[in-house]
Structures are given as structure tokens and as C-alpha cells.
Design a binder for this molecule. Structure first.
Ligand code: SF4
Ligand code: SF4
Length: 140
């Protein structure tokens, strides 16, 4: 299975940084391209400050040298449910789908349950009854 570590390199961005094809990495069993989660830039608001492009570690953005603007070059590299770039954007130019879209995906794919199974070995049995171990979290 593809992971961010072994995803194929597909090029370099305008700053010479390596770009990987993270669309090959599934999200909790779903093919990433099936999930419509990525930033959209409103160019009427964008000030071309560059913070989204410079800080996104997944190389979703690139810089269009011809048009002198930041672009969403690799939308499916975006980490599902992340909104860091929107939080950082000083002009509110970046938007994402409504959070209810993610909550639906989480429920449909039993993501909370799967995550809990991963951390379960870390939980102290003294603090958790067998019944709690079997039933937490009650998200089904
Ligand atoms: S939401 Fe996160 S991963 Fe996606 S483009 Fe913005 S900073 Fe990058
Ligand atoms: S952070 Fe916002 S204003 Fe800055 S380049 Fe990105 S979209 Fe434009």
C-alpha cells in the first residue's frame, strides 16, 4: 500500500522542492481521488502573499511564474480534513467544502472506530473495563 513515505516523486515545484503524488495514498480505505477535499482560491481576494504555497508540506500549491500567482497544482495531495492554509490565509481567499462532508465520510468509513482500534493497545486496562474496551467509541 502506498504511504506518504513511499509515494512516487512526480517533479519539483517553483521553489525546487520535491513533489510526490500523494493521491496514490488511500484515506482510511478510500481512494483519495474519490474524496473531494482540497482548497479553492478566490483570486478576487488573494493577495499573493505566498504563505499557503510556502507552508503546505504536501505540495498542494505551486507558483505560476507566467501569471505570477499561487495555484492549486496538486489538489489530491491535500490532507483530508486539513484546513491549515485557510486558517493562515490573511485575506480569507481559501475555502473548503463544509465540515459536514468530512463528518459524513468519517461516519461512513467508521474512521473513529478504526482509529480507536489503533490506540487501544496503549490504553491501560486498569482504567478501562472490558465492556468499555469492546464498546468505545460508540460511533456505529
Ligand atoms: S489543507 Fe493542509 S494539506 Fe491541504 S493544502 Fe491546505 S495546508 Fe496543505
Ligand atoms: S495565503 Fe491566501 S492571500 Fe496568500 S497566496 Fe495563499 S490564497 Fe493568496
Amino acid at each position: 500500500m502506498s504511504t506518504p513515505e513511499n509515494a512516487p516523486v512526480i517533479g519539483k515545484d517553483a521553489l525546487g522542492r520535491v513533489v510526490k503524488d500523494l493521491s496514490m495514498v488511500p484515506w482510511w480505505g478510500m481512494d483519495r481521488p474519490e474524496i473531494k477535499w482540497y482548497p479553492t482560491i478566490d483570486y478576487d481576494k488573494c493577495a499573493t502573499c505566498g504563505i499557503c504555497f510556502v507552508t503546505c508540506g504536501r505540495r498542494v500549491f505551486d507558483f505560476d511564474a507566467k501569471d505570477k500567482k499561487v495555484v492549486v497544482a496538486y489538489p489530491d495531495n491535500c490532507m483530508v480534513a486539513c484546513q491549515t492554509c485557510a486558517n493562515l490565509c490573511p485575506t480569507g481567499a481559501i475555502s473548503f467544502p463544509d465540515a459536514s462532508y468530512i463528518k459524513t465520510l468519517v461516519a461512513r468509513n467508521k474512521v473513529v472506530k478504526k482509529a480507536f482500534e489503533i490506540i487501544r493497545p496503549l490504553l491501560s486496562k486498569e482504567n478501562l473495563s472490558e465492556e468499555e474496551v469492546e464498546t468505545k467509541p460508540n460511533m456505529e
